[in-house]
Design a protein around this ligand. Structure first.
Ligand SMILES: NC(=O)c1ccc[n+]([C@@H]2O[C@H](COP(=O)([O-])OP(=O)(O)OC[C@H]3O[C@@H](n4cnc5c(N)ncnc54)[C@H](O)[C@@H]3O)[C@@H](O)[C@H]2O)c1
Ligand SMILES: O=C(O)C[C@H](O)C(=O)O
Ligand SMILES: [Mg+2]
Length: 605
């Protein structure tokens, strides 16, 4: 038996396509020498990390001080400076501290990617809030001032007709993951134009940290089609096009051109759409999802994470999963994210009941409760408009406000994806005390922190100790002052998009199907133990994000194989993928994760 297992695991390892994690890293071919290497963050070893033999081979002798400092020493040196910075900035305004921390990490990112990702992976709990949500929002807002050097690619409306050649300016021969934004809806901060580039960079940092995508194969892209942000239009130092956004056919033809260019150069790359405003988010998803290997994280990734949380809520109530169909869920925000969640929740109910069920979902936008009486309702929201007769029976009407809806519906779950900070105010939270659930759930999923529908502390204070709580941006757990702790879940799509991307990539799938997304969500939902669920924990700790990503990636990959959309990757074709057991698939995914080590550099002309 052991022989078989060993043989199989060797087979799986043989198919590894990323850098090896063994103690002797495989060599890396470089096409440059001397100072050019020191200035390249992909190959630089923080200068002092180059061993003498390598200094000889690469023409580095005389360009560096004589001492060689090990990777471990460099790591400690960086962490020491980080800790000093923390000490020296203690007590200063929160945003200043956050930006100072971002700067020190960013400088390392620009100098030495290997050490940067080592630091990030080993301290993900502390550093995710800096390189990702919420600090990344602040960075985008201050981008023009913080800009030192470019990262990723920038396409603008001025590049129309030339994108196919511009795409070849990207220096890396291979790209696995692309995150693309047009900057039109950055978190809950609105239209930030070109400054939104921080979001694809942050998402791809999470891809490297959580999914082990090789950082030489990630590509953040900003598609600058103008901005409607008046402040930016008037700002002389704004780095993007100081023009209003393209609309209609002009807009879509530019996105078409970019997608075609990307597909031509890297047909196997997975493309994640991120932070597109509502009117284009759904439209581009429908337009491209059958043609290219792409998904929209705000619609689909968020939906999977939210559904996993909603199923956790049912378990926390001590109810069987099938009871999900009886949950009264009020979703506040009828945009990309809110509608994505409702679509997926609706599909789950339909699967459970085997019918086109009429779940008890209530949808609220800036004009209040959406019912069949609403005129001009967006077609993507229309399926969730409540029948007017049904709402009138409980004393509600078209446009009823949030407080009214919570009071009358007594929901099991109140889920915010509105982008409006504090909208779950004291009255609304107090009304949740009358929820029909023994463990009312409050999800304040909007980002960044100031845009959260409520804080964790307010949720526990006003809605009661028995609630379960999730937020898009991180909050500290809450001391309930009765010896108990109110647990805070981070209900953020970061728990899924890395696994969706990695699983899709390794499967070589042509598209990202609904089945693959559903598998990702189910995997996340079932990851949590009964004990954790009873403690109000629906998502794993961020410290285990590589493990969860491996599981999610494997679930996505296996579904791609079952649905026959997987074409395989490298030596590993659909047949080999089909023959892998569930455990072997997880091992295959894990063994393909890149891990930061200094590889011996070998020069080739
Ligand atoms: N936690 C996560 O993983 C996650 C994922 C995606 C989006 N988000 C957050 O969700 C928010 C919304 O994103 P989106 O893409 O859906 O935006 P969107 O612009 O597409 O939608 C926003 C929706 O909120 C509604 N709204 C605005 N003001 C309101 C009010 N006062 N009362 C009720 N509804 C109101 C709007 O009518 C609209 O339907 C953002 O803050 C974003 O950061 C979080
Ligand atoms: O970026 C995040 O933290 C989550 C989400 O994609 C968002 O737009 O808020
Ligand atoms: Mg987003």
């Amino acid at each position: 038996m052991w022989r078989r297992t060993l043989a199989r695991s060797v087979t799986v390892r043989r198919f590894s396509i990323a850098a090896s994690t063994s103690s002797i890293p495989s060599p890396c071919i470089v096409h440059k020498r001397g100072a050019d290497i020191l200035h390249d963050p992909w190959f630089n070893k923080q200068d002092t990390g180059f061993p003498m033999t390598e200094r000889d081979r690469l023409g580095l002798r005389g360009l560096l001080p004589p001492r060689v400092i090990s990777f471990e020493q460099q790591y400690e040196r960086f962490m020491d400076s980080y800790r000093s910075l923390e000490k020296n900035t203690a007590g200063q305004p929160e945003n200043n501290v956050a930006l100072a921390k971002w700067r020190i990490l960013n400088r390392l990112h620009d100098r030495n990617e290997t050490l940067y990702y080592k630091v990030l992976i080993d301290n993900i709990k502390d550093f995710a809030p800096i390189i990702y949500t919420p600090t990344v929002g602040l960075v985008c807002q201050n981008y023009s001032g913080l800009f030192r050097r470019p990262r990723g690619m920038y396409f603008s409306a001025k590049d129309k007709g030339e994108m196919m050649s511009i795409i070849y300016n990207w220096p890396a021969p291979e790209v696995d993951m692309v995150v693309l934004t047009d900057g039109s809806r950055i978190l809950g901060l609105g239209d930030l134009g070109v400054q939104g580039i921080g979001i694809p960079i942050g998402k791809l940092d999470m891809y490297v940290a959580a999914a082990g995508i090789n950082p030489q194969r990630v590509l953040p892209i900003m598609l600058d089609v103008g901005t409607n942000n008046e402040k930016l239009l008037e700002d002389r130092l704004y780095l993007g096009l100081r023009e209003r956004r393209l609309e209609g056919e002009e807009y879509i033809s530019i996105v078409d051109e970019l997608m075609e260019a990307l597909h031509t150069r890297w047909p196997k790359a997975v493309i994640q759409f991120e932070d597109f405003q509502f009117k284009w988010a759904f439209e581009t998803l429908q337009r491209y999802r059958k043609k290219y290997c792409m998904f929209n994280d705000d619609i689909q990734g968020t939906a999977g994470v939210a559904l996993a949380g909603l199923l956790g809520v049912v378990r926390a109530q001590g109810r069987p999963l099938l009871d999900f169909v009886n949950q009264k869920i009020v979703v506040v925000g009828a945009g990309s994210a809110g509608l994505g969640v409702l679509n997926m929740a609706y599909q789950a109910v339909s699967r459970m009941t085997g019918t086109t069920a009429n779940p008890q979902f209530y949808l609220i936008d800036k004009n209040g409760l959406i019912t069949t009486e609403r005129s001009g309702v967006d077609p993507s929201a229309a399926p969730f408009a409540k029948a007017i007769g049904e709402v009138q029976r409980i004393g509600l009407q078209e446009g009823s406000d949030l407080l009214e809806v919570v009071k009358k519906v007594k929901p099991h779950v109140l889920l915010g994806l509105s982008g409006v900070g504090g909208i779950f105010n004291e009255q609304v939270l107090k009304a949740m005390r009358d929820s029909d659930s023994p463990k009312p759930a409050i999800f304040a999923m909007s980002n960044p922190t100031d845009n959260a529908e409520c804080t964790a502390a307010d949720a526990f204070k006003h809605a009661g100790d028995n609630i379960v709580f999730g937020s898009g941006s991180p909050f500290q757990n809450v001391d309930l002052e009765n010896g108990k702790i109110g647990y805070v879940n981070q209900a953020n799509n970061m728990y899924l998009f890395p696994g969706i991307g990695l699983g899709t990539l390794l499967s070589g799938a042509r598209i990202v199907s609904d089945g693959m997304l559903q598998a990702a969500s189910e995997c996340l939902a079932s990851y949590m133990t009964e004990e954790e669920i009873q403690k109000g924990k629906f998502y794993p700790s961020i410290g285990s994000i590589r493990n969860i990503t491996a599981e999610v990636g494997a679930a996505v990959l296996r579904t791609a194989v079952i649905e026959e959309v997987a074409e395989g990757r490298g030596d590993v074709g659909p047949k080999e993928l089909t023959n892998m057991s569930k455990e072997e698939t997880v091992e295959y995914v894990t063994s393909n994760m890149w891990y930061p080590v200094y590889s011996p550099l070998v020069h080739e002309k």
